[in-house]
Design a binder for this molecule. Structure first.
Ligand code: PHE
Length: 357
C-alpha cells in the first residue's frame, strides 16, 4: 500500500496538464483502476483482515483523491496565468493608421487650404460639376464667341436633338460657384469653393480632370491690395516657409478687371519640383477684381459692392509642396504611389497643430 501511495502521488505530482492528471485518476480510482480492483478483493477476505485492509484502502483512496483535487486546482491556476500572460493586450498603444489606407495628396491639400482660409474668415461654398453654360460662361461675362467656349477646351454634355433644356457642360473652372454663392447669400460675402473641374488637356502638368479652389471676397471697399495680402499670406502658411516669391503678371479674364495671373518661384532639377528657389516660375492661379457685369448677373449692386476673386490649381500646389513630379500619377490609383505620397488618415491638418504633421 505504501508502494501504491508513493507511485500515485508521484504520478500526480508529475502530471503536466489536466488530461495527464485524468489518466492518473482513471488508473488509480477509475472503475477498472488499480485501487478499485483491490477494493473488489475485500469481499473474499476474512472479516478481520477485511476490516484492516478496507480501512487502509479507504485511507489510501482519500489521500489520492485529495492529491488529485489539489493538483487539478494548481493546474487550473497555471492555465489561467498562462492565458492572462499570452492574451495580454496594451490598449494604450496607438492605433496603426497604415491599415486604414492613406489620404490622397489632393484631399490633404484641400483640408490644408480650407484650414488656412477659414482662419481668414472664408466659408466653404459648393456647386455642381455638371453646370449649365449660363453659370459656367454667360454669367461670368464670357460671350458665346469667346475661345474658352470652343470645343477643344470644354466637355459638352450629350443632348438628344429634341431636348430643349439649356446646354450643360462639365464645369471648366470653379468660377460658376461665385455666381451661385452671391445669388444665394448676397453681399458682403467671403467664400472659397474647392472642387473638380474638367478641360480637354493632357501632359505632365495637365489632366482632363483636375482641381481648383475658387476664392471670392465682396464688401464695400475691398481692393487689389487685399487680394495680394491674402494670396501672399496663404502661400506662406501653405508652403510652411517664412517667405515665398510670387510674381503678379497683368493678364485678362472676362470676369475680372483688372486681372492678374500669379506665378511662384520654383525649380525643376533631376525631375524634382521645388518651391522657393531656382529660375523657373510656375503659374498657380488667376485672379482679379470681380467685373461689375458679374456682380450684376449674380444680383449684387456694383455701385455698392466690390471685391476680388481668384482661382487656384490645387493639384499644382500639391505637386510643388510635396515634390510630386507628374500630375498624371495623381489619378492612376497606383497603390504604391498612394502609400508613398499619401497621408496618415488620423492626422487632420490644422493651423495650431501643424498643417502637414
Ligand atoms: N477661372 C479662372 C481659370 O480657371 C481663374 C480665375 C478665377 C481668374 C477667378 C480670375 C478670377 O483660369
Amino acid at each position: 500500500m505504501q508502494d501504491l501511495k508513493a507511485k500515485y502521488l508521484s504520478a500526480i505530482a508529475n502530471a503536466a496538464d489536466e488530461s495527464a492528471l485524468e489518466d492518473v485518476r482513471l488508473a488509480a480510482l477509475g472503475k477498472k483502476g488499480e485501487i478499485s480492483a483491490l477494493m473488489a478483493t475485500l469481499g473474499k477476505m476474512e472479516a478481520d483482515q477485511r476490516k484492516v485492509t478496507g480501512a487502509a484502502l479507504n485511507l489510501l483512496k482519500d489521500e489520492i483523491d485529495a492529491a488529485l483535487r489539489a493538483k487539478k486546482a494548481a493546474l487550473g491556476d497555471a492555465a489561467l496565468d498562462e492565458r492572462l500572460r499570452s492574451e495580454w493586450l496594451d490598449v494604450t498603444l496607438p492605433a496603426r493608421p497604415r491599415r486604414m489606407g492613406t489620404i490622397h495628396p489632393v484631399s490633404q491639400v484641400m483640408e490644408e487650404l480650407t484650414a488656412i482660409f477659414a482662419d481668414m474668415g472664408f466659408a466653404v461654398a459648393e456647386g455642381p460639376q455638371v453646370e449649365s453654360d449660363w453659370y459656367n460662361f454667360d454669367a461670368l461675362n464670357i460671350p458665346p464667341e469667346h475661345p474658352a467656349r470652343q470645343e477643344h477646351d470644354t466637355f459638352f454634355m450629350h443632348r438628344a436633338p429634341d431636348d430643349t433644356r439649356p446646354p450643360h457642360v462639365l464645369r471648366t473652372h470653379t468660377s460658376p460657384v461665385q455666381i451661385r454663392a452671391m445669388t444665394e447669400q448676397g453681399a458682403p460675402i467671403r467664400v472659397i469653393a474647392p472642387g473638380r473641374v474638367y478641360r480637354m488637356d493632357m501632359d505632365q502638368t495637365h489632366t482632363p480632370m483636375f482641381h481648383q479652389v475658387e476664392g471670392l471676397a465682396i464688401d464695400r471697399n475691398i481692393s487689389m491690395a487685399n487680394l495680394k495680402w491674402c494670396l501672399e499670406e496663404f502661400c506662406r502658411a501653405f508652403f510652411e516657409v517664412p517667405s515665398v516669391e510670387l510674381r503678379f503678371r497683368a493678364s485678362h479674364f472676362p470676369f475680372t478687371e483688372p486681372s492678374a495671373e500669379v506665378d511662384i518661384r520654383c525649380s525643376w532639377e533631376g525631375g524634382q519640383l521645388k518651391i522657393g528657389q531656382g529660375d523657373k516660375w510656375m503659374e498657380i492661379l488667376g485672379s482679379g477684381m470681380v467685373h461689375p457685369k458679374v456682380l450684376t448677373a449674380a444680383g449684387v449692386d456694383p455701385t455698392q459692392w466690390q471685391g476680388f476673386a481668384f482661382g487656384m490649381g490645387i493639384d499644382r500646389i500639391a505637386m510643388l509642396k510635396y515634390g510630386i513630379p507628374d500630375l498624371r500619377a495623381f489619378f492612376e490609383s497606383d497603390l504604391r504611389w498612394l502609400r508613398h505620397y499619401g497621408f496618415a488618415a488620423l492626422d487632420m491638418p490644422d493651423l495650431a497643430g501643424g498643417l502637414s504633421g
